[in-house]
Design a protein around this ligand. Structure first.
Ligand code: PEP
Ligand code: MN
Length: 360
């Protein structure tokens, strides 16, 4: 891929003193709705006004977007508010219409990024465009697929590129709608430090009251911007009702976020420190999550042991586990003393869980 200046150029040229903000409703619903939200966002930090025109719905029978008609409303937004506009494109026909209506920023949705054929079709339709094109991560946590989409666009001579991190699908229910898997975004940043990366806390959380925290983590990890779904009446939105915030709440979120200013002489140090601390917080949460899962499995073993009437403590198996973990730990730079201490504590917690089950 291209060098530093080329990749970041479009973002640097905006000369922002805050992270890039893309906001607006999940879906364009009516002309009045689109314009009302736009006017409420007009004199705020919002740089690009988003509205989904074609909605990729996982199951049929839901609101699938107003279609090309909505592009006229986005043109009105630009004329009346001066805000630039953004929408999702998912095939060559969408691209043609969006370009005809002068949409300024196009993004490829998570359900499209998974398909190299679709991405190639979009890249071909966009060939040589000077519009900004952002690629959402694929629904599955596959970095190669995400990068592959960027490469297809770069090969199609598209210069103003970036990515949107919107989290990943999981079979298991978590507190997120789409698990952030931050380490994947961090790996992408490490590989392409100059590729602008925008966080989409709306689709990651699925819940409006979690948006602030995810946004702050993203900024601590040096993300370049945020895409936040915004609606004047979130609860009655035609799609993604539970994750949209009002323009008023969006303004408050932007005000409360801790944003690092480049002019601070300590900026580099603080930025690196916050980035590393954010990474540690993420891993700590994962550790607690995993320990919770381990104890659930231990509980189930407790139930089995109770049925069979066998003892909680099985020393032979326990010694095998310890031996293996000490070796694993060594290969990761962890001392034998630490691994033993940690696993003894974990084991004790498992025993407590099982005893509770067996003895009622
Ligand atoms: C959206 O931004 O409204 C959208 C459909 O997002 P995603 O592709 O992340 O699901
Ligand atoms: Mn949405």
């Amino acid at each position: 891929m291209e060098n530093k200046k080329e990749l970041r150029g479009w973002l640097d040229d905006l000369n922002l003193d805050h992270p890039l903000v893309i906001a607006g409703p999940c879906s364009a619903e009516t002309e009045e709705q689109v314009l009302r939200i736009a006017h409420e966002l007009k004199d705020t930090d919002v740089n690009y006004y988003r509205a989904g025109i074609w909605k990729p719905r996982t199951r049929p029978g839901m609101f699938e977007g107003v279609g090309a008609l909505g592009l006229k409303w986005l043109q009105k937004v630009k004329a009346e508010t001066g805000m630039k506009t953004a929408t999702e494109v998912a095939n060559a026909a969408h691209v043609k219409l969006a370009l005809e209506h002068d949409v300024d920023l196009l993004w490829i949705g998570a359900r499209s990024t998974v398909s190299p054929f679709i991405v190639q079709e979009i890249a071909d339709a966009l060939n040589g465009t000077d519009k900004i094109v952002l690629v959402k991560n694929p629904v599955n946590p596959d970095l190669a697929l995400w990068l592959g989409a960027i490469e297809r666009l770069a090969t199609a001579n598209i210069k103003k590129l970036g990515v949107i991190h919107r989290g990943f699908s999981t079979y298991e229910k978590t507190k997120y709608r789409n698990n952030p898997e931050w380490q994947l975004a961090i790996e992408l940043q490490t590989k392409f430090p100059d590729l602008p990366i925008i966080n989409d806390p709306s689709h990651i959380t699925g819940k409006r009251d979690m948006i602030f925290d995810v946004s702050q983590t993203a900024l601590d990890l040096n993300f370049d911007g945020l895409m936040i779904e915004t609606h004047f009446d979130p609860d009655n939105a035609w799609s993604d009702a539970s994750q949209q915030v009002t323009p008023k709440v969006l303004i408050q979120i932007m005000k409360d976020l801790k944003i690092k200013k480049e002019t601070d002489p300590e900026a580099d140090y603080n930025k690196n420190l916050d980035n590393l601390r954010a990474q540690i917080d993420i891993v700590d949460n994962q550790i607690i999550d995993l320990l919770g899962k381990r104890m659930k499995a231990a509980d189930s073993i407790g139930v089995l042991k109770k049925q069979k009437n066998v003892a909680v403590l099985q020393s032979k198996r326990w010694n095998e586990i310890l031996g293996k973990m000490v070796l694993e730990g060594e290969s990761k730079g962890l001392s034998e003393e630490f691994v033993l201490k940690m696993f003894k504590a974990i084991h004790q917690e498992s025993i407590n869980h099982q005893e509770k089950i067996i003895n009622g």
